[in-house]
Design a protein around this ligand. Structure first.
Ligand code: ZN
Length: 458
């Protein structure tokens, strides 16, 4: 399961600070300027902590305190830089089937971060929140040198904030140091974790392990570089997150649909299968395929592609089953007709489209919903802003009819299959709206820095 570890903790001096004489908050350096002025607190906000993952780049300014609203970062200030042109995330090195577009890659990464935080009251968004709410921003892109760090294998850095006293901070995940979505997603979650009050732990499969590891979750262990925020040498990371941010339960079932082949399709004896899947909170961690009730194989998120071979002629059922970390299961079963000669005859194809695939009418979609962003329609379903994953080719977007998986930022029209049937009877289209947008939050501050570094595999 677990393979590489290639990040290591590099300790002191990287940011040019003096290490503290006494361990403070895990023995990690605090912002030498102390806590931010009280004026920076956003009063009146009473929602969950917001984690804004910035893939778009920004003109960052150095300062004494973090102010993500103004792109002011004390880590950059501590590197004696007054301004940094932080580049947008370059998705190209991360493209791997079925992730084709920038949206696909970002969607897969954000889904994984949402999964890590699904048990915590954190809203993970890629849209910058409004000025009157606090948020922690993780900049994704570039190299450590981009912000004036010397490099040497560092892949991320963030303020270390015991108790999440300050909900408005800026951390970094240096995406140009990677090409693996799991490593990048883990690093984003790790750096955000520091800003929410987590120290490192020495458990290898833990997100807070100082080196990047595969197949991680929060875990617990002893603190290798100082003390945990409670003064002890042990940290259960999820317990700390629950205490600092609040707990959430994921009671929603993940969904899965067949992008290829669609329900009712005619297929050759060799059947390539592509699934699209999502969840209202977190993601499906894996997907299984069953042919006529028998399990064929299983794949981890987001690589839900399979190939069935030598399938006999005639009608078959294909079942896809996905499961999230909370154990919730989603199942979709379709029927396909195998004709070994359909390729030669040119009769392969047909079938319904999955969420995220193009549509002009609702009846083309397995979900029976086609949502438009201007002229572009994709098969859709209701979703929750900032917590739902819409799979590939779609994102959760708002509009007058509610929030739906769509191809762009503003849903202009939603067609339901019930409308088509009603219209064919010359009746009035019944429109439904669903999904509630979420955008909410938490509060307060202090800071130190934790670096995450690449190193030799041990
Ligand atoms: Zn770290």
């Amino acid at each position: 399961m677990t393979h590489l570890l290639f990040l290591s903790w590099l300790g002191l001096g990287i940011l040019g600070f003096q290490p503290p004489q006494a361990a403070q908050c895990g023995g990690i350096r605090v912002n030498p300027n102390g806590p931010a002025p009280a004026a920076r607190f956003k009063s009146g906000y009473n929602g969950p902590q917001i984690l804004y993952i910035n893939f778009d780049g920004a003109q960052l300014k150095g300062g004494a305190f973090d102010d993500p609203h103004q792109n002011v970062s004390w880590i950059i200030g501590s590197n004696s830089l007054s301004e940094v042109d932080f580049p947008p995330f370059d998705h190209e090195p991360y493209v791997a089937a079925p992730l084709v577009t920038r949206e696909d890659v970002i969607g897969a990464i954000v889904g994984m971060v949402r999964d890590y935080y699904a048990a915590v009251d954190v809203v993970v968004t890629t849209t910058r929140p409004p000025d009157d709410v606090p948020y922690t921003m993780i900049m994704v892109g570039g190299h450590p040198q981009t912000i004036g760090d010397p490099g040497g294998g560092e892949v991320g850095v963030a303020p270390f904030d015991c108790g999440n006293g300050n909900p408005s901070q800026i951390g970094y995940a240096f995406a140009a140091e990677f090409s693996d979505i799991e490593y990048l997603a883990t690093t984003i979650a790790h750096e955000a974790g520091h800003s929410f009050g987590l120290a490192h732990v020495d458990m290898e499969h833990a997100i807070m392990y100082p080196m990047v590891t595969s197949d991680p979750y929060w875990g617990e262990g002893s603190v290798p570089d100082g003390k945990a925020c409670d003064g002890s040498s042990h940290q259960n990371s999820l317990d700390v997150l629950h205490s600092n941010l609040g707990a959430q339960t994921d009671g929603s079932k993940p969904w899965v649909q067949f992008a290829d082949p669609g329900d009712g399709a005619t297929v050759p004896a060799r059947i390539p299968i592509t699934l699209r899947a999502g969840d209202a909170r977190g993601i499906p961690l894996d997907a299984k395929i069953f042919l006529d009730g028998e399990e064929w194989g299983s794949k981890p998120w987001p690589f839900f592609t399979f190939t069935l071979v030598n399938v006999s002629s005639g009608t078959h059922t294909l079942r896809a089953q996905v499961q999230d970390r909370a154990g919730n299961i989603g199942i979709t079963t379709i029927t396909v007709y195998v004709d070994p000669d359909c390729t030669a005859k040119g009769t392969c194809g047909g079938g319904l489209n999955a969420i995220g695939e193009p549509c002009t009418r609702a009846s083309q979609c397995e979900s029976g919903v086609c949502a438009f962003t201007g002229a572009a329609g994709v098969c859709s379903e209701a979703c929750q802003l900032d917590t739902s994953s819409c799979g590939w080719g779609a994102r959760c977007s708002g509009g007058p009819e509610g929030t739906f998986c769509a191809a762009g930022n503003q849903v202009t029209e939603v067609l339901h299959i019930s409308d088509e049937y009603l219209m064919s009877c010359a009746a009035t289209g019944a429109r439904s709206s669903a999904g509630a947008g979420l955008m909410l939050l938490g509060l307060v501050m202090a800071a130190a820095v934790i670096l995450r570094k690449t190193g030799k595999r041990k």
